[in-house]
Design a protein around this ligand. Structure first.
Ligand SMILES: C[S@@+](CC[C@H](N)C(=O)[O-])C[C@H]1O[C@@H](n2cnc3c(N)ncnc32)[C@H](O)[C@@H]1O
Length: 263
């Protein structure tokens, strides 16, 4: 049984940065179109207006202290849109690309956790941390395409590996991946916020900075004290990791370790 009754609030505590970005785009559109009318800038081409719009949106994003990479998205969005429209590509291709993106990324706009995959070095680092002689269970919350689970299940025959994934295409790929090759592995389609973490000895998370604090609180409510919480790349704000392991992979990732305790 879940120890925490209501999981709804986990999603909505942080205002989604996609929503803030949309508001910035709309505000920039309003400012630029007002300027075009007031200062009679109607000699500008549509592409030049889009450059003005991109620059305005990027400036607002900077002033609002959004993460730096949003500035580049704001800067490029309108000019890229206008340039693409000039190519006269059939609208159906935009719809198809959008649907494929949704099937791959799931509700990223809500979770603020995109898909990127753990490196082989992460699997090696984890292998060195997991029990060799004892039976144990590990859950990868947001297991992506199941690569990490399938690798671990091969090197750790005493372990039982579980994954939960919300995005349809990564879930199907991970299901196919483990179907034949990993008998000690199981993957489920769903939302890890609604999944009880109590049965697991180890939680592995490779997510984003956004959910870390709430995920730690969920782990501390549900897991046995002394269970392991391992995060790839993202720390828990305000909780010093007990151990940090440099993976020396291409993205310079680190594994952070904590033992779960009850507050
Ligand atoms: C950064 S990827 C990590 C993939 C995999 N764990 C790995 O290490 O290779 C994070 C994954 O978490 C999934 N995800 C995000 N929020 C989720 C949620 N609430 N429930 C289930 N999966 C979620 C995303 O769809 C994405 O595939």
């Amino acid at each position: 049984m879940m120890k925490s009754a209501n999981h709804k609030h986990y999603h909505w505590l942080n205002p989604p940065s996609t929503l803030v970005a949309l508001l910035i785009q709309i505000l920039a559109l309003f400012l630029v179109s007002s300027s075009v009318i007031v200062f009679t800038l109607d000699t500008l081409s549509l592409f030049e207006v889009s450059l003005l719009h991109g620059t305005t949106a990027a400036t607002i994003s900077y002033q609002q202290k959004m993460p730096k990479w949003w500035m580049f998205i704001h800067l490029a969005f309108s000019p890229a849109l206008i340039a693409t429209l000039a190519l006269s590509i059939s609208p159906i291709w935009f719809l198809v690309s959008f649907l494929i993106l949704i099937l791959i990324q799931g509700k990223t706009f809500q979770t603020q956790v995109p898909l990127y995959l753990s490196s082989n070095k992460a699997a090696e680092g984890l292998t060195s941390l997991l029990p060799q002689e004892k039976r144990f269970s590990l859950i990868d919350v947001g297991c992506g395409c199941g690569g990490l689970l399938s690798q671990l299940s091969k090197t750790q025959p005493k372990g039982h590996f579980f994954g939960i994934e919300a995005a349809p295409i990564p879930y199907l790929l991970s299901k196919l991946r483990i179907m034949w090759s990993a008998p000690n592995c199981n993957v489920q389609w769903g939302d890890f916020w609604k999944h009880d973490l109590a049965p697991y000895d180890v939680v592995y998370a490779y997510l984003s900075p956004v959910p870390m604090k709430l995920l730690w609180q969920k782990a501390c409510k549900e897991m046995r004290p002394g269970s392991l919480f391992i995060s790839n790349s993202f720390i828990i704000p305000g909780i010093e990791p007990e151990q940090t392991i440099e993976l020396n992979d291409l993205t310079g990732s680190r594994l952070y370790l904590w033992h779960v305790f009850n507050y």
